[in-house]
Write a protein of this length. Structure first.
Length: 391
């Protein structure tokens, strides 16, 4: 138990008074608690009173039962307080989905949500996490190892907070061994698939969206939040300052993923596609007249309102299937942009800045795979370095 003696001035007197302060830990909300008493004329009196009070408090602590909190109770508390305060709405929704794997898990050998925090060990957590792998998934036979690792990440963050509040002596997640996730290279479209998709989309609003997604590799939300004011027609530069996010509460505008604004130079093909799109919007504005909702958006519904991101993804996937492309998503367009630029020798930092990654290491990790053309080029370059034929 920590305590201290403080001296403070007294109004109307030249002599100071003394007080003691005893630290009592933190409450459930993380706020520090103190026992304070003032008004002592001498330091010795304050010290004697402090020692006597500390003895009383220690005796009370020994007699009082220690309140127990289960992991399930703590997860709910963490989600409703700390997560709400620190997380974006979409992130909070994802955390709630992951927490449900623990809170709503069917009965089994280890019902993790019912385990007291004081009795929580890495072996119990590990057994429960591996048990999740046997449960049926929403779109597959079993829950994937990647999802289990995401659940583990949530537990680690929540238990870190419990450790800081002194609810657990150590975070047991530090010793948990997680299931291995098989790494997959970022899938990108071939030149033939790019041409087929562009031809399929030609003539409607999806053409400009696909053209721009392929040209700058922006995220779906960033594209759907773009405004005409973000485009400099003279230089052909597009500035990305925000992103459109879809939550259960509705659509919202937020900062880009890394919180930074970035600018991208557009190729002429993308500029021409945007000019055609603007002509279409002019006609829509005329047709809807006073009912047109002018938000200044580049990509919007015919009445000017925001597109719903999930619906846009479904539309683009249908266009891809019509073009004979399977196993791809809207995000594949971003992978296609990055993979092709790196394959053709564009410096990694430049590609990273164009994608809006936090740093070039993220780009290198995601696009570490080498295309066949890169391997052939490496062999040719080495031959040019050696400068001699093999005898």
């Amino acid at each position: 138990m920590k305590a201290c003696i403080d001296k403070y001035p007294t109004k109307g007197s030249s002599k100071p008074h003394w007080c003691y302060r005893i630290y009592r830990g933190k409450d459930a909300a993380g706020k520090k608690q103190f026992v304070i008493k003032a008004g002592f004329k001498k330091q010795g009196e304050a010290e004697d009173a402090m020692r006597a009070r500390m003895a009383e408090l220690e005796a009370m602590d020994k007699m009082a039962p220690v309140p127990k909190k289960t992991l399930g109770e703590w997860l709910r508390t963490w989600l409703e307080t700390y997560a709400v305060d620190r997380c974006q709405p979409k992130t909070l929704e994802r955390y709630q989905q992951l927490a449900a794997y623990i809170l709503d898990a069917p009965e089994g050998p280890v019902q993790l949500s019912e385990v007291d925090l004081a009795d929580l060990t890495h072996t119990k957590i590990e057994a429960a996490l591996y048990g999740l792998l046997k449960l049926p998934g929403k779109r597959r036979e079993h829950i994937s190892a990647r999802t289990v690792r995401h659940v583990a990440g949530l537990l680690s963050v929540a238990l870190n907070k419990a450790f800081r509040l002194e609810l657990v002596p150590v975070n047991p997640m530090l010793r948990v061994e997680l299931p291995t996730v098989q790494k997959k290279d970022a899938h990108s479209l071939t030149p033939e698939q790019i041409r087929a998709l562009r031809e399929t989309c030609r003539g409607d609003w999806t053409f400009a969206l696909v053209e721009l997604a392929l040209a700058i590799g922006a995220r779906r939300g960033e594209l759907l939040a773009l405004e005409w004011a973000d485009l400099d027609w003279v230089s052909g530069t597009l500035t990305i300052t925000k992103s459109l996010e879809q939550t259960k509460a509705g659509l919202r505008i937020k900062r880009p993923k890394n919180g930074k604004t970035r600018s991208c130079r557009l190729p002429q093909s993308a500029v021409l596609a945007l000019q055609f799109l603007r002509e279409q919007q002019t006609e829509h504005r005329r047709m809807f007249a006073g009912d047109y909702q002018d938000h200044g958006l580049i990509f919007c519904q015919p009445d000017g309102n925001y597109h719903k991101p999930d619906l846009v993804s479904q539309i683009i996937v249908r266009r891809m299937r019509r073009a004979g492309i399977t196993g791809a998503s809207f995000h594949t367009l971003r992978h296609t942009h990055a993979s092709n630029l790196l394959s053709r020798g564009v410096p990694l930092p430049a590609v990273s800045a164009r994608l809006g990654h936090a740093d070039a290491n993220v780009t290198a990790r995601v696009y570490s795979h080498a295309l066949p053309a890169d391997d052939e080029r490496a062999a040719d370059v080495w031959d040019s370095i050696v400068g001699a034929k093999v005898q």
